[in-house]
Write a protein that binds this ligand. Structure first.
Ligand SMILES: NC(=O)c1ccc[n+]([C@@H]2O[C@H](COP(=O)([O-])OP(=O)(O)OC[C@H]3O[C@@H](n4cnc5c(N)ncnc54)[C@H](O)[C@@H]3O)[C@@H](O)[C@H]2O)c1
Length: 290
């Protein structure tokens, strides 16, 4: 399949391009910045360039709409409200409209769990993006799967995380590994390819957890860190030495529907993180090759 990835040079685009390329698909990466690897095909440009966007969609089987300013850009105040609106709202409208005009029926839309935080500009633009998706599905019959991942910036993105430990501190409170997000996107592409979706799907994307629902509802009822020790007792001293807090309770998203629709089963959990920390130390595993 030929898959258009808007914002395909970013973190998710890079992981996805590698996986799609490896299995014989052709990722077409439309982005304002050049990718750091040579997987797939690169088209330099903006989704706000309407003629280029339509041209990029010719002969495409499925669009994965990734391009957006996100939480880190709001948190660091790197982008203002106009930037957010232009890329996330106008850009999403252009992608949907270009798809209709070029006859593309299948779209995977990357939203965010930040729709819950709709009073912020990022969350608000993602709410509006999802609203447009529902309208285009209804009005034009476009088949769209919206994924709502929680934060997934990878540990190798050194503009955000200086070290693996820093990333681990963030992952600690509940998170999803970028490889699991990529897995969910590819499963969505495959679902759209093999069957029709009569109504748009909206699916949460979270990581794997050893903690059970009961662990969470009775968190540390027997004393601080006892729930952590129940699952990862052998890592307790190491975690504390790295400044991680074993008493911190993670939040977990409901991925029941994601499992049902996509067969999604996240692979990376807190146990994986602890094993990598033990094996590689504060610097963490080497960056994957793309
Ligand atoms: N990273 C996260 O933690 C996270 C969490 C939940 C949801 N999301 C969503 O995932 C998507 C992005 O994820 P990412 O981590 O790959 O982000 P990223 O910032 O690494 O990549 C985004 C890419 O979009 C490109 N881009 C910017 N303006 C563009 C334009 N006008 N036209 C085309 N491309 C443009 C950027 O150059 C960049 O390569 C967004 O939709 C975001 O809302 C991200």
């Amino acid at each position: 399949m030929r898959i258009l990835l808007t914002g395909g040079s970013g973190d998710l685009g890079q992981v996805l391009s590698t996986e799609l390329d490896s299995r014989g698909d052709i990722p077409l990466r439309l982005d304002v910045r050049t990718p750091m690897d040579d997987r797939g095909l690169y088209v330099e440009g903006s989704i706000l360039d309407r003629p280029l966007l339509k041209q990029s969609m010719e002969g495409i089987d499925c669009v994965v709409h990734i391009a957006a300013w996100h939480g880190i850009h709001e948190f660091r105040q790197e982008k203002d409200v106009y930037n957010f609106w232009d890329l996330n709202v106008t850009g999403t409208f252009y992608v949907l409209q270009a798809a209709v005009e070029t006859g593309i029926q299948k779209i995977v839309h990357i939203s965010s769990e930040s729709v819950q935080d709709w009073s912020g500009i990022y969350g608000h633009t993602k709410v509006l993006g999802e609203e447009m998706v529902r309208a285009y599905a209804k009005r034009h019959g476009v088949e769209i799967i919206t994924l709502r991942p929680r934060a997934f910036i990878p540990y190798w993105n050194k503009t955000v995380y200086q070290s693996f430990v820093e990333w681990a501190k963030w992952f600690w409170s509940g998170a999803v590994h970028i490889n699991d997000v990529s897995q969910a996107v590819i499963q969505s592409i495959d679902l759209l390819a093999r069957q029709s979706i009569s109504a748009p799907l909206t699916l949460n994307v979270d990581g794997a957890y050893e903690y059970t629902a009961e662990d969470l509802s009775t968190w540390d009822i027997n004393g601080a860190s006892t729930t952590f020790k129940k699952h990862y007792g052998e890592y307790y001293d190491m975690a504390v030495n790295y400044g991680l807090d074993p008493a911190e309770k993670p939040t977990i998203l409901d991925i029941t529907e994601t499992r049902q629709w996509l067969g999604y089963e996240p692979r990376y959990s807190l146990r994986n993180l602890l094993m990598e920390l033990e094996q590689f130390g504060a610097e963490g595993p080497p960056m994957p090759t793309f």
